[in-house]
Ligand binder design. Structure first.
Ligand code: KG4
Ligand code: ZN
Length: 354
């Protein structure tokens, strides 16, 4: 059993659960009730602060979470029409993420739960992401295959039950979002590059450039995106570097990443008994990826489920949901403030014992 999870407690069956996300550069707060759904959520993004430095500065991130978290908690409770004493539990991201940033959320959540006399639960950030589609459709149930594509991860996971996760494929180097961000940076786009590059790709012309679909020419479900970045760099440096060329390169890069992800998703579904693909993480906001996965699903007979766009990237709602499910199953965290900057998803206990 993982140290973050204590022995069974009294189950929190229903009742509003506060969710707190502070693993990186977004402060997210939400209230979720397993009986009533999402009651309110708020988000503060630090992106503008970090943009000046071209990436996330961990110490600045922690300090900003300290400034923003409690005002957001008050605002979220207000929007839900609740007082703090109405809360039945508190959920917070316990990892993976930046240690200082995680500690801000964990300390605030634990203190609040202690003061209120309610249980608290440390949520795995990636479990939050992969359960986010349940915010749209609470009836969505395993088995499914999850494609988790964020700034730090590119993973295919077999979900046989909530909390039973088997890693089918992972990235050998850069994550999909990281590849978007680094490629955008080398073409001079502002941080964070992923959304900017995707916007630019919309005006790119088809077929002007073509990049490889890495590791699709051999069996297996792992990814590798760092070579693609080098291909883009060489093509960009040899080009006229006009605005149209920049858009053309962006389009070819996006097509290469999206095609690769779609091919691997199809393979993963064929390798498991699942008939549903769940897509989550920041890159899940990419419109070309969403459209192509839906098309492939229609063609090959599997269902594709996404969170709404704002819940693809980091948010408090997914943490409140994942935490509410675990609290309802009688799990909670011990009183000590513990976070795990590195935390393999497969170490999580199942939601319900088999
Ligand atoms: O899940 P997320 O918000 O944070 C992490 O846990 O990493 O994902 C952020 C990542 C960034 O790399 C960002 O560039 C990428 O998701 N991203 C996108 C898009 N929106 C966000 N990548 C491609 N197209 C998008 N529309
Ligand atoms: Zn994330």
């Amino acid at each position: 059993m993982n140290a973050i999870f204590a022995k069974r407690s009294v189950a929190v069956a229903g009742g509003p659960v506060l969710g707190i996300e502070t693993s990186c550069d977004e402060t997210g707060v939400a209230v979720y009730d397993t009986a009533r759904g999402l009651l309110a959520h708020t988000l503060y993004s630090q992106i503008r602060m970090h943009a000046e430095y071209g990436g996330v500065v961990p110490e600045l991130a922690s300090r900003d979470h300290v400034r923003k978290l409690m005002p957001l908690v008050r605002e979220t409770l207000g929007r839900a029409g609740l007082g703090v004493t109405d809360l039945a539990g508190v959920a917070y991201t316990a990892g993976p993420g930046l240690v200082g940033a995680l500690l801000v959320g964990a300390a605030a959540a634990r203190a609040l739960a202690w003061a209120l006399g309610v249980p608290a639960i440390g949520v795995h950030h990636m479990e939050g992401h992969l359960l986010a589609p349940l915010l749209e459709d609470a009836t969505l149930a395993p088995p499914f295959v999850a494609l988790l594509v964020s700034g730090g991860h590119s993973m295919l996971i077999e979900v046989s039950a909530i909390g039973r996760y088997r890693l089918l494929g992972d990235t050998l180097d850069d994550a999909a979002g990281e590849a978007f961000d680094k490629t955008a940076k080398l073409m001079g786009l502002p941080y964070p590059g992923g959304p900017a590059l995707a916007r630019l790709a919309q005006t790119g012309r088809e077929g002007v450039f073509r990049f490889a679909r890495p590791m699709t020419d051999r069996p297996g479900l792992d990814f590798s995106f760092s070579g693609l970045k080098t291909q883009v760099l060489l093509a960009w440096q040899a080009s006229d570097r006009s605005e149209q060329t920049k858009a053309d390169v962006a389009r070819a890069f996006e097509e290469a990443i999206v095609d690769t992800l779609v091919i691997k998703c199809r393979r993963a579904l064929a390798a498991t008994a699942a008939a549903t693909l769940v897509v989550a993480g920041g890159v899940g906001a990419n419109q070309r990826l969403r459209a192509q996965l839906v098309q492939a699903g229609a063609q090959h007979g599997y269902r594709v489920a996404f969170p709404r766009l704002e819940f693809c990237t980091d948010n408090g709602a997914m943490i409140a949901l994942a935490g509410a499910l675990r609290l309802a199953a009688g799990q909670h965290a011990p009183a000590a403030i513990q976070v795990r900057p590195r935390w393999p998803l497969e170490e999580l206990p199942p939601l319900h014992a088999a």
